[in-house]
Design a protein around this ligand. Structure first.
Ligand code: 173
Length: 322
């Protein structure tokens, strides 16, 4: 008699642990400040997974640069310190220089997923990053030069600019001196006059208050920003089909939203910058073309220099048909 309740209790414990063992919890980080432009797509993805994956899969959102420096996110993902990351290729060029080539895409992701370009990079993600690429959540979002000293031609000689690997080759080609910082250090660098300007996309200047310290934006924009959701491959391979399906569905939705979302955001922030008193610097048609073409020439030269094996292949997949 006395054994029966103990046995039942054991059975209940076993059953409940079998049930909970099915729900897996992933740790996710973002390399941009929480609730700002470049984390928003990821945050929507997390909310969707946590809603649609109830009892199957859950994301524990650890946070942004306060939790982990942006340039360390790639390594943390590769080594399984975190399971999921929202990060741009420029932040992990130490592990995979080819990832910085995403900025040079002139075709939509839907096309790259069919033309072999995505699959080519997916292999490199597996080899070099121990990662699976789930979704590009930022696209159709050009970069610009922002300045506190005016220029009247496509020449940055004598200017010291804040960069990440995204802008290095282009800005140096135009004669600038460059200093790399994480986004979190830009405001102070501007405030102290350590830099005369910075590279950044058309959106997000207001997120960390940079409009207060920015006089000019140079047009046209160039390239297109990329921020993507990656998952550690060891973790991915251990998920069952149901768990993978929740992530894949949320990833598909997130990637499909990137272009329309940024089309709207680009227009809104362009207007907001003008209202905030940021003046635009433009060149004549010939100057603008030189500037834009040099951006792509310098960008591809940089990718190919760092990856002579894969760079030229990526150029073939990513560039628009001539
Ligand atoms: O300027 C940056 O920090 C950078 O490289 C980047 C990339 C994608 C989106 C926003 C910024």
């Amino acid at each position: 008699m006395r054994n029966i309740p103990a046995f039942s209790l054991l059975a209940v414990l076993c059953l409940s642990s079998a049930a909970t063992a099915q729900e897996v919890t992933l740790r996710g980080v973002t390399s941009f400040a929480e609730k700002t432009t470049y984390s928003r797509g990821f945050e929507a993805f997390v909310a969707r997974v946590n809603e649609t994956g109830k009892g199957v899969i859950k994301i524990n959102y650890i946070g942004g640069p306060k939790a982990m420096p942006p340039f360390e996110v790639g390594n943390a993902l590769k080594n399984g310190v975190v399971d999921l990351a929202n990060v741009t290729g420029a932040f992990y060029t130490n592990l995979m220089p080819e990832a910085d080539a995403w900025k040079l895409t002139q075709r939509p992701m839907s096309e790259l997923r069919k033309n072999g370009g995505f699959d080519y990079l997916a292999k490199l993600y597996a080899q070099k990053m121990n990662a699976v690429f789930l979704a590009r959540v930022v696209d159709n979002n050009p970069f610009h030069v922002y300045l506190n000293k005016p220029i009247d031609k496509p020449d940055l000689t004598g200017l010291k600019l804040r960069i990440t690997p995204v802008y290095r080759d282009f800005f140096q080609t135009l004669g600038a001196t460059v200093v790399q910082t994480a986004p979190g250090e830009v405001y102070t660098a501007l405030e102290r006059g350590v830099v005369d300007g910075y590279g950044w996309p058309i959106t997000g200047v207001f997120d960390l208050g940079w409009h207060e310290k920015t006089k000019y934006r140079v047009d046209p924009g160039f390239y297109t920003a990329e921020v993507s959701i990656l998952i550690n491959k060891g973790i991915w391979d251990k998920l069952d089909d149901k768990q993978k399906a929740v992530l894949q569905k949320a990833a598909e939705e997130a990637e499909a939203q990137a272009v329309p979302e940024f089309t709207k955001a680009n227009a809104a922030d362009t207007e907001r910058q003008a209202k905030a008193g940021i003046k635009t610097i433009t060149f004549d048609a010939a100057g603008a073309k030189t500037y834009y073409d040099k951006a792509y020439e310098a960008g591809w030269a940089g990718v190919i220099r760092q990856s002579p094996e894969h760079g030229p292949k990526l150029r073939g997949f990513f560039s628009k048909a001539p």
